[in-house]
Design a protein around this ligand. Structure first.
Ligand code: NAP
Length: 283
């Protein structure tokens, strides 16, 4: 079997067109959805990420400001900037790019963001809302994975989904979202003893580990849906996921590529969340 590809770029295009249309509708009412991206320090990867986020906003009718600060910025100064952005009516979403320099308590900064502007979905109030099925912002990466499943019309009810990874930003919220759609969910992590036994039972596998070849063809049930969140480099320095794509695509029913899979969806869902924040503020 050769799996069908779930194309994150194509799905993103459709979702971004919808964002642009809804942004234009808000603009007609005098409101431009605005995202503030805050970068502290000079982490190379973070610089690329924030540039992409700001550009994606601008390309889709959202207003975006990038605030860059020196790595020596104090925690108190950063908290004060976050508070100023909380009060700024032209800003509907606030994203503080992680990681932050070691002398700043990242969790404290995240908790300082108003939950109404928490478009990354990392605030404890957002996590609680997801856990209890209340309205709130969902973390962009797992939210993007859900949109990918939706794009193939996949019905999760009664299916067995295995999530590999339990981080607060990917694995745990992913499991909650799958549960909300009535899948039976298993969460695996570094201490899971029988990973292969579990993945072989799975109708859907989401790999969010950060290690190449965590998931190989012999670990997949024929026809399963495989979502690869991982972002790693192979021996040639090329971007690759957690899944042995070449092997797994011969067994799976659907598979997401890396690059061109979950990556573009993450930024797209940030745009969606920012737009929703602006729509809620305008309501
Ligand atoms: P993380 O915080 O490092 O979490 C990794 C998880 O994988 C942990 O829960 C860890 O278990 C588990 N793990 C490690 N080795 C394992 C093994 N051999 N078998 C099973 N589980 C194992 O990473 P993250 O932030 O969730 O990110 C995961 C990956 O997704 C990374 O490659 C990251 O770059 C990528 N990512 C991509 C996007 C995107 O937009 N495409 C967005 C976010 C993250 P323990 O908890 O027991 O340590």
């Amino acid at each position: 079997m050769t799996a069908q590809l779930i194309d994150g770029n194509a799905i993103s295009q459709t979702l971004r067109a919808d964002v642009a249309q809804r942004a234009a509708a808000l603009k007609a009412k005098g409101i431009t959805p605005g995202l503030a991206v805050v970068l502290v320090g000079d982490n190379q990867a973070s610089q690329v990420y924030v540039r992409n986020k700001v550009k994606s906003c601008q390309d889709n009718g959202l207003h975006s400001v990038l605030e860059k600060y020196d790595a020596t910025m104090t925690e108190a100064d950063l908290l004060a900037r976050v508070e100023a952005l909380n009060q700024d009516p032209s800003i509907h979403g606030i994203l503080v790019q992680l990681p932050l320099p070691a002398h700043i308590d990242a969790q404290k900064v995240i908790e300082a963001i108003s939950p109404a502007k928490d478009v990354d979905g990392f605030h404890i109030a957002s996590a609680g809302a997801l856990m209890t099925g209340m309205p709130g912002f969902w973390p962009c990466t797992p939210y993007g994975c859900m949109k990918m499943l939706q794009s193939i019309g996949y019905k999760l009810r009664g299916k067995h989904a295995v999530v590999i990874g339990r981080s607060n930003i990917v694995g745990k919220p992913m499991a909650m979202m799958l549960l909300q759609e009535s899948a039976t969910v298993t969460i695996c992590h570094s201490a899971t003893a029988n990973l292969k036994d579990l993945t072989l039972q799975a109708d859907v596998v989401v790999a969010a580990v950060g290690k190449r070849h965590v998931l190989t063809a012999d670990m997949i049930k024929p026809g399963a849906v495989v979502i690869d969140v991982g972002m790693n480099r192979n021996d040639e320095g090329k971007l690759c996921g957690d899944v042995d794509f070449e092997g797994v695509k011969e067994v799976a029913g659907y598979i997401t590529p890396v690059p061109g899979g979950v990556g573009p969806m993450t930024i797209t869902m940030l745009l969606v969340n920012t737009l929703e924040a602006a729509e809620r503020a305008a309501a």
